[in-house]
Design a protein around this ligand. Structure first.
Ligand code: ADQ
Length: 469
């Protein structure tokens, strides 16, 4: 079996892969350890041109090499802050209104992909299998193919793939899809995303999709598949239980004074539907006075990408909404919304989930949403909380024990909160069992192993980049 090469925008540090870091780092690292190989990507540092060109920096951990490079200010601005996060991210989350398109940023995005690919080549061996992650790196395989690399290369998209009518808003949409055709296997979070890609291929790229899922486009053949990312539910359950008697949980319990708790945890991002969520909670207090003073929403949302203008705006909007709602419904001893801008340790979060009666997860669009899965896994099976989940999270296709809501319908969300707050124990347990069975059936290991086994079995093509149409 050939080695595994993982490429992602950010690379976890060796320490992060062992501690309580996000499940993804642990999952990917597990596969790297088994096969041996390299994890390659940006270090997260902005550096001088000399330092950037001197990379990659190599760090060895058993059979795994962590290889990272720094980015120059210009590369960071154009590739990361620009085209990745101000064009691709909003459009792929159906927010054309928040997207901008600048030719120089797109050129920078392609330039950085080509530069990174070139840096990786010296670390490659002929039978390595290469797994590229996410929207920052769409042109990565094309750049490798341009340098004559014929290894098997797979791509997993962690975020939604938009319907063609939405994708057309990005002027170089055809180049992006042509770049995707240079992979051997494309993995999507849901069947809807896969279908949107197939739709683009057949309607806008004069390609074909056969009944068994083989795609032919731009002179290349590739496979596509749905690989639902998961968690390791039993590990989360165990850690959540282990942390439940720690100080932070006891303090929270004490401060709630018997009130019901609704928990929400997200990166501070406009795709997560935070403003809509706060307004739905406001509806609950407005329409059901009996809950005033008796239920608290804890929203944990540390800022991300705070140097992208749209992220500054969502932060302001949310602070305004939290202040407005709290001004309206607070009492001397009661604050309805506790809005925390901090990062929390993963196991701490899980133990807080376990204390709450509702997990309120309502993105406007989301690839999967692992928080929804983590919430379920962290519950006490003897007294589980209820997941209230947006139909626009990828996880909604699997978690049929959740109460599904449309995040644009404040009253609908308010009704779901009411229902969850009043749900009897036997109904909560039934829903929890259904959700846990889904998590176990399709855990993080299944996601990783099924993608890699499909990638290892695609036939090697000797062609370089697609010949175009
Ligand atoms: P994200 O948009 O970051 O990921 P999500 O899947 O919800 O969204 O979270 C990823 C991880 O970050 C989870 O393990 C979660 O616990 C952690 N996290 C989120 N908010 C946190 C906070 N406030 N403090 C600490 N940890 C926090 C992208 C896509 C998703 C997709 C994932 C994985 O946008 O749709 O599910 O990749 O593919």
């Amino acid at each position: 079996m050939g080695r595994l090469i993982v490429v992602s925008n950010r690379v976890a540090t060796p320490t992060e892969t062992k501690g309580s870091a996000g499940g993804l780092a642990v999952g990917v690292f597990g596969a790297l350890k088994d096969a041996g190989g390299v994890w390659f990507g940006w270090s997260g540092d902005v550096v001088s041109e000399t330092v950037a060109n001197a990379g990659p920096t190599l760090e060895q951990d058993g059979a795994v090499t962590f290889a990272t490079v720094g980015l120059t200010r210009k590369d960071y601005d154009q590739y990361y802050r620009g085209f990745s996060n101000a064009t691709l991210w909003p459009v792929f989350h159906y927010r054309n209104d928040l997207a901008r398109y600048e030719r120089e940023e797109y050129a920078g995005y392609r330039r950085v992909n080509a530069w990174l690919a070139h840096k990786l080549i010296r670390l490659l061996e002929p039978d390595d299998v290469i797994w590229i992650h996410d929207y920052h790196l769409i042109p990565f395989a094309e750049a490798l193919r341009n340098e004559g690399i014929t290894n098997r290369i797979g791509f997993f998209l962690h975020i939604p793939f938009p319907a063609p009518q939405i994708l057309l808003n990005i002027p170089p949409h055809e180049e992006l899809v042509k770049s995707l055709s240079c992979y051997d296997l494309l993995g999507f979070q849901t069947a809807t995303d896969q279908l949107a890609f197939h739709d683009y291929v057949t309607r806008h790229a004069r390609g074909t999709v056969s009944a068994d899922g083989l795609v032919e486009a731009f002179g290349r053949k590739l496979r596509t598949g749905v690989y639902r990312i998961g968690v390791f539910p039993d590990e989360i359950a165990e850690q959540a239980k282990r942390y439940e008697s720690r100080q932070h949980v006891l303090e929270l319990k004490q401060s709630l004074e018997g009130r019901k708790l609704i928990m929400s945890v997200d990166r501070l991002d406009y795709s997560k539907g935070l403003v809509e969520r706060f307004r739905a909670f406001e509806q609950l207090l407005e329409r059901s006075p009996e809950w005033r003073g008796n239920v608290t929403l804890v929203q944990i949302a540390p800022p991300t990408r705070s140097d992208v203008a749209t992220y500054q705006k969502i932060r302001q909007d949310l602070e305004y909404e939290a202040g407005r709602i709290n001004g309206r419904y607070s009492g001397l001893d009661y604050t309805p919304i506790r809005y925390l801008n901090q990062q929390y340790d993963r196991w701490k979060l899980m133990s807080l989930f376990r204390e709450s009666q509702i997990g309120f997860v309502t993105p406007l669009h989301d690839g999967m949403n692992l928080v929804a899965k983590e919430y379920v896994a962290a519950q006490n099976p003897d007294d589980p909380g209820v997941l209230v989940l947006s139909i626009f999270a990828g996880a909604a296709a699997e978690l049929s024990g959740a109460l599904l809501v449309n995040p644009h319908d404040a009253i609908g969300m308010c009704d779901a909160l009411q229902r969850a707050l009043q749900m009897p124990l036997d109904a909560r347990q039934r829903r929890h069992e259904i959700n846990m069975a889904a998590l176990r059936k399709n855990d993080l290991g299944v996601w990783r192993d099924s993608f890699l086994s499909d990638l290892r079995s695609v036939p090697v093509q000797q062609t370089g980049t697609g010949g175009g149409r």
